[in-house]
Design a protein around this ligand. Structure first.
Ligand code: NAD
Length: 503
């Protein structure tokens, strides 16, 4: 009961209408205790279609607003997020189960991307290209792409929306968001925060940003609607396999941010203390529920036993429990399905000769809350559950002899999101980063696999979907490119020397 009233109070404080929190069919549970926090009304398919239609109408005016003016809206959003940070961070902890510093970190990431996008609004740029024809100029122009649909996962309930909405808005695109059905409350809070920025901004078109509450079926409306030019979909590879072909079928652009099965390599020259910290945070942080969580660890034969001993001690010492209590580093799994998937993977690993330590449920007196001790599994080989993502704190540890062998093992899975090497040997580090090294979208040296900054492009290869979001030139996915050739001569020379003489 305490969490329900705290949650409603936080939501009202952020500007969410209290009447929206009761009387609907979508029950929202906190993983902290399992209790039901709210019963939301879901968006009907007709209402979803109407929202998308309104966004399509908004596009026609928003696309001609000068980009730096569009950036002003995102700047205001950043200001509102700064004010809302403590309350929104607390809501993330309650709804998604993150420890307070990670909840606050997620809001900080939203603020950071607002700053980035505001600057970007004065930097949207194309190339000029030398023409082969005299008196001609070639250039690229970038134009808004259209309505952007955002589908997001429970584990980054708000940051993923921020990565997308900030770039899309400065690029001239309206945004309709379908958050995870497991974390709709933080989404309602974000929409209320954006509403405050819109009110201060003044003249944004009606329908510029919207939110659809519901499960996959309402996400499908976004995927299928022909007015949605770009869909940025974050979630499991299973979801990507459903969404990707549909978007391809109607030639819409897809930004797919799917599952990871991330690995780190610990070399003999690694700084052991640093490697230990990097591995521990990546593998146990967010209770193993990050797309970039470390799931596979390859340790060179000569340092394997000593490293595993120390890691085991860290695993035993980490405090697991309700993140609202002091010193907790590992919060709950999101729900029972996550717990069952974890236990099934551990049983499978055991049957394949793995030695499992940890993984057991920690009872808190709340039957519907699922806390587990993170599991360390010494595996004789990379097989079975090691090859796929289980969204839980399981770290499979394997030995290797040569770096080539470790890189080959690291790359021998379907996903291609994040990877890391711990070494102080320059040659090893550079080999890992080279064309013959890691095949992932993220490859780090002496840093774990998780905890990316917003300045770089974020995303992965292979079954992770190939999408890129956030920094670098990820903005280009939200715009369409036109190549322009301008003839300022009085002749009409054709390219490639073609002649077409009509005299
Ligand atoms: P999920 O795939 O179950 O759901 C993600 C979202 O997709 C939800 O909003 C869901 O309603 C929607 N969805 C599912 N099927 C759909 C369909 N057919 N059409 C339209 N929408 C559909 O994922 P989850 O359990 O919420 O999140 C965990 C997964 O997300 C993990 O696999 C994790 O690795 C991945 N993830 C990836 C990234 C990344 O950037 N690569 C980031 C966060 C999470």
């Amino acid at each position: 009961m305490i969490l329900i009233s705290t949650t409603h109070e936080l939501l009202r404080g952020l500007g969410v209408d209290g009447a929206r929190l009761t009387g609907g069919r979508l029950q929202v549970h906190t993983p902290l205790t399992g209790e039901c926090l709210a019963e939301l009304h879901t968006t009907s398919k007709d209402a979803a279609t109407a929202q998308i239609d309104r966004a399509a109408a908004a596009f026609r005016s928003w696309r001609t607003v000068p980009a730096p003016r569009r950036g002003e809206l995102v700047r205001l959003l950043g200001e509102e997020l700064r004010l809302a940070k403590p309350a929104l961070a607390r809501l993330i902890t309650i709804e998604a189960g993150k420890i307070p510093s990670e909840g606050a970190g997620e809001v900080q990431e939203m603020i950071d991307i607002c700053d980035f996008a505001t600057g970007l609004s004065r930097q949207l740029h194309g190339l000029t290209i030398s023409s082969e024809r005299p008196g001609h100029r070639m250039m690229e122009t970038w134009h808004p792409a259209g309505v952007v649909g955002v589908i997001s996962a429970f584990n980054f309930p708000v940051a993923v929306w921020a990565w997308n909405v900030t770039l899309a808005l400065v690029c001239g695109d309206p945004v309709i968001w379908k958050p995870s059905e497991k974390t709709p409350l933080t989404a309602l809070a974000c929409m209320a925060i954006l509403d405050k920025a819109l009110a201060r901004f003044g003249d944004a078109p009606e329908g510029l940003a919207g939110c659809l509450i519901g499960d996959a079926t309402i996400g499908e409306v976004l995927v299928d609607h022909t007015a949605v030019a770009v869909v940025s979909a974050t979630g499991s590879t299973r979801m990507g396999r459903a969404v990707g072909p549909k978007l391809a079928g109607r030639f819409a652009r897809a930004i797919l941010e799917l599952g990871g099965n991330n690995a780190a390599i610990v070399c003999p020259s690694a700084d052991p203390d640093l490697a230990l910290r990097g591995v521990a945070f990546s593998a146990m942080g967010t209770a193993g529920q990050r797309c970039t969580s470390l799931r596979r660890l390859f340790v060179q034969e000569s340092v394997h036993d000593a490293f595993l001993d120390r890691l085991g001690a860290v695993y035993r010492s980490v405090k697991v429990g309700n993140p609202l209590e002091d010193d907790v580093l590992v919060g709950p799994l999101i729900d029972k399905a996550a717990y069952d998937a974890m236990q099934a993977a551990l049983a499978d690993a055991s049957a394949r000769g793995g030695t499992v330590t940890g993984g057991e449920r920690i009872l808190t007196g709340d039957d519907d809350a699922y806390y587990v001790r993170p599991a360390l599994v010494a595996m004789p080989q990379q097989a079975g559950p090691v090859l796929t993502e289980t969204f839980a704190p399981i770290l499979y540890v394997m030995r290797y002899q040569t770096l080539d062998e470790a890189i080959a093992l690291q790359n021998a899975v379907g996903a291609g999101l994040s990877s890391a090497i711990f070494t102080t040997d320059l040659r090893e580090a550079e080999r890992f980063l080279s064309a013959a090294g890691s095949d992932c979208g993220i490859a780090n040296v002496n840093i774990g696999t998780s905890g990316a900054e917003i300045g770089g492009a974020f995303g992965g290869e292979k079954e992770t979907g190939g999408g890129r979001e956030s920094g670098s030139d990820a903005w280009k996915a939200y715009m369409r490119r036109a190549t322009n050739t301008v003839n300022y001569s009085s002749e009409l020379p054709l390219a490639q020397g073609v002649s077409f003489d009509i005299d």
